[in-house]
Design a protein around this ligand. Structure first.
Ligand SMILES: Nc1ncnc2c1ncn2[C@@H]1O[C@H](COP(=O)(O)OP(=O)(O)O)[C@@H](O)[C@H]1O
Ligand code: SF4
Ligand SMILES: [Mg+2]
Length: 392
């Protein structure tokens, strides 16, 4: 049953965050991004909201790669855009290098934008097809006054191309003359061209052939070492962020369900949602593959315009309990489980009892999900882990 409790009044999702630390480059606190749903041609009436991001706390340390995963439509891109100040915050704050990003305007904002760059999912639509690679790269450098004279610029362009593994001849070509993987290299070169500190890579390899995905991920890793970059890598596929990430955050319906150092998360997922996602990833060893736990998720992802009350996951959770789950929103918290580090946090009331086996999974009745026509139009196609209901 989907409830209509207004998530605006529900602040219990706020996490216990670390205090200000100098090694934190990006500090996201209590961030909400709600989009109004309007109706009416003459009277523009707001009839509801899409709670795309609904209470996210996360910190990214300097030089770290933070992987953010979750089903399509759970708010990853909106959060990425909010971090870059491309989307206004409904609530909360984003501090970058100690500066409140939302408070910046005009020239100050323009200068700060140099430090925060984005790499997009579809390089074809993010690169102007009428501009040569040279002109694309020069444009972003000029926007930040990084072009002193022709000779220095030309040297810089060659360095950038070499860094992303493209020959100098690529400068005179246009985006359509490249393969998908090469175009993503150009997108990465453009982000690098302004010497950023943080790169938000939004599904950087989702549009690429599997064979090319690893090359682009490896390139991102190499560039991180070479230029001391910090990354937020967004993906709907847990396998993509596994190797590149130091820490991983799992997002469900606008909030983090679990966050942990990557190795811990994959070795010991504690949130029922993460367990279900990981149980859907095939294991190469056929013996392990036959024996491993499979958690079937029933029901569709609820609409972010009408998110379930209490724990957002309760409509699909095989461990759902009659108390607390549908009334009290769990905070992202440190759990009291032997061997689980403090930086492995889980937003589940029953994480300890589930981990110990005291609580067992049960069948979940499929719940009809109300969709709003407007939301359906805006939603991206459901991909990746959403298909977990189909396995088994
Ligand atoms: N500008 C917008 N106006 C209204 N709804 C939006 C807008 N942008 C995104 N949404 C909605 O917010 C939700 C989260 O979207 P998004 O952040 O793109 O998710 P993800 O990147 O995880 O697939 C979706 O339901 C989407 O339709
Ligand atoms: S709080 Fe309840 S519904 Fe939510 S994940 Fe934990 S057991 Fe499942
Ligand atoms: Mg997205």
């Amino acid at each position: 049953m989907t409830s209509t409790v207004n998530p605006d009044h529900d602040t219990s999702g706020a996490a216990e965050t670390e205090t200000d630390r100098p090694d934190v480059l990006l500090d996201v606190r209590g961030v909400k991004v709600h989009f109004p749903i309007r109706k009416g041609i003459i009277f523009d009436k707001v009839i509801g909201h899409v709670y795309a991001v609904d209470g996210v706390d996360l910190q990214i340390r300097r030089g770290e790669t933070y992987g953010l995963v979750g089903e399509s439509g759970c708010g990853k891109s909106t959060l990425g855009r909010a971090i870059l100040n491309l989307e206004p915050l409904t609530e909360g704050s984003v501090r970058f290098d100690g500066v409140d990003i939302a408070s910046l305007k005009g020239e100050e904002l323009r200068r700060r934008r140099q430090d925060l760059q984005m790499v997009f999912q579809d390089p074809m639509s993010s690169l102007d097809p009428r501009q040569s690679v040279e002109s694309l790269l020069l444009e972003s450098m000029k926007a930040h006054d990084l072009v002193e004279d022709g000779a220095t610029a030309s040297q810089r362009l060659r360095e950038l191309l070499a860094a992303v593994g493209l020959p100098p001849a690529a400068l005179k070509k246009y985006p359509h003359e490249f393969s998908g993987g090469q175009r993503q290299r150009i997108g990465i070169a453009r982000a690098l061209s302004v010497n950023p500190k943080l790169i938000v890579a939004d599904e950087p390899v989702s549009a690429l052939d599997v064979s090319v995905q690893a090359q682009v991920i490896n390139l991102l890793e190499d560039l991180q070492k070479e230029f001391g970059l910090t990354y937020l890598v967004v993906a709907h596929d847990l396998a993509v962020v596994r190797h590149i990430s130091d820490r991983v955050g799992v997002m469900y319906l606008g909030a983090l369900a679990e966050e942990a150092p990557a190795d811990d998360l994959y070795a010991r997922p504690l949130h029922p949602y993460t367990r279900a996602l990981l149980s859907a990833v095939p294991v190469p060893d056929p013996v392990v593959e036959d024996q491993r736990e499979r958690i079937l998720l029933t029901g569709d992802l609820p609409s972010p315009a009408n998110p379930p009350s209490g724990c957002r996951f309760h409509t699909r959770c095989p461990w759902r309990q009659p108390t607390r789950c549908d009334t009290e929103r769990p905070a992202l918290r440190v759990v009291n489980i032997d061997g689980v580090p403090e930086d492995h946090r889980v937003a589940c009331h029953w994480a300890e009892q589930i981990a110990s086996g005291e609580l067992r999974p049960h069948e979940v009745e499929a719940v009809a999900v109300e969709q709003t026509a407007l939301i359906d139009e805006g939603a991206s196609p459901i991909m990746g882990p959403t298909s977990i209901g189909e396995i088994g």
